[in-house]
Write a protein that binds this ligand. Sequence first.
Ligand code: BG6
Length: 505
Amino acid sequence: MENKIEPCAIIIFGATGDLTNRKLLPALYKLEFENLLHKDSKIIAFARKIKSNEQFKKEALKAIKNFSKFKVDNLVWKKLANKIFYHQSEFQDIKGFNRLKAVIKKICTKTASCNKIFYLSAPPGFFEVIISNLKKSGLSAISGWSRVVFEKPFGRDLRSAKKLNESIKNAFKERQIYRIDHYLGKELVQNLLVLRFANSIFEPVWNKKYIDHIQITVAEDIGMGARGNYYEKAGALRDIVQNHMLQLVSLTAMEPPVSLNAEDIREEKVKILRSIRPFSLKDVDKIAVRGQYGSGKIDNNKVRAYRDEEKVDKNSNTETFAALKLNIDNWRWSNVPFYLSTGKRLKERVAEINIVFKKNPGMLFNGHVKHIQPNMLIVRIQPEEGISLQFSAKVPGKKMIMDHVRMDFCHECKFGPNTPDAYERLLYDVTIGDQTLFTSWDMVEHSWKIVDKIAKAWEHGKVLNYKPGSWGPKEADRLIEKDGRRWYEPQKPSYSELLQNDSKQ
Ligand code: BG6
């Protein structure tokens, strides 16, 4: 069923922040370009800094030009600019919320609709006060629908996440709450459901009988930039594993849902987190490795150590790398480990899911093998989106020699470069009221239960050092090697040279 695009007021709290500039404004521009914003919708930029409407719009245009994949069309920008209003207020100031209510009511009388999206792109420390002021001012209860969007992190552990959730529940119902995990908006992540459940060839082999193990990698080559303040309290575990990576585990491992409704999909996903084999605090060392980048060189340029980054403690023990081994104790996955690895300042930026199949008995071909590698199905989430199937083939010639080859599906070559950015898709889904690609409370709760245990074990002891530009500390290799397996280094797909991701269309 196609949901209708209705007029609404999109109120962005934290409208002068980095996320708004980098992601939300370019996404709103693209939605305007595609005619996916209702002509009567308004965007209210709520922020603490004092500035005029015109000044905000000037900065917004600059951000869109800087961060959008597309050249800015003046007419489209004008249409978008006409929708934008700047609203200055402190987040703690109830008067600012009362004024906002008056603004929204005025808009409503013109469009006969008081639908509202409250987008919390503010620092998480302000979430509770914003929610409380939305309730106190009566903004959350004005007629018309209200939806509230939260950026991560949703809490810092289970306790704080529960507290935050309780205060949100005072003002909003679960069906109104949209918790962003932008990985769910990525095209190849959405493709997982199609790959698995719309093709008859994959589902029959998607289980312990055929799959040996699964590797999930979310690697970044960048360092901390200006985010030291936030990252010191998060680390790779809370920043990436608790949300993006556990979402990828769930989507890879879930059972087929009974329908594509948000509820049915979310229900299957959460069952996976609940089936992850429990571990005790003293077992954490056996299933998890953490690291922190030191100083070094990448492409001949000097890079500083994490501890020398801006706003980072000189003795910081925060991990910038985490590797984990998880087991899912259900009928489909028993004894098929999921190995996860993520980090900053690694060799390259790449996110992929690698399904590694069991080796065949090999009797026939023993002695004919050049490099033996198992069959693999690789879902390349980024940067070159696609799916590759690896299998063995005979090397031409009189001798029976084998090598492994890959059959690559290049997403951009087939569907063009106009894949919606994750934020564009997610913002659109909020406007039409589709929660499928957002995190349910159950998912948040169960992922914190897993992550809290590891974080607790990591409160003490030392983080391992790794070289920038490497794949992390050597101990991460041992984590998998002690099981008789190894990490498969991500390979550039054959089509990567065809793609010109960076050029503006
Ligand atoms: C964010 C993390 O959620 O994801 C960042 O807070 C990280 O630390 C980013 O850099 C990675 O996103 P992407 O889309 O570039 O893989």
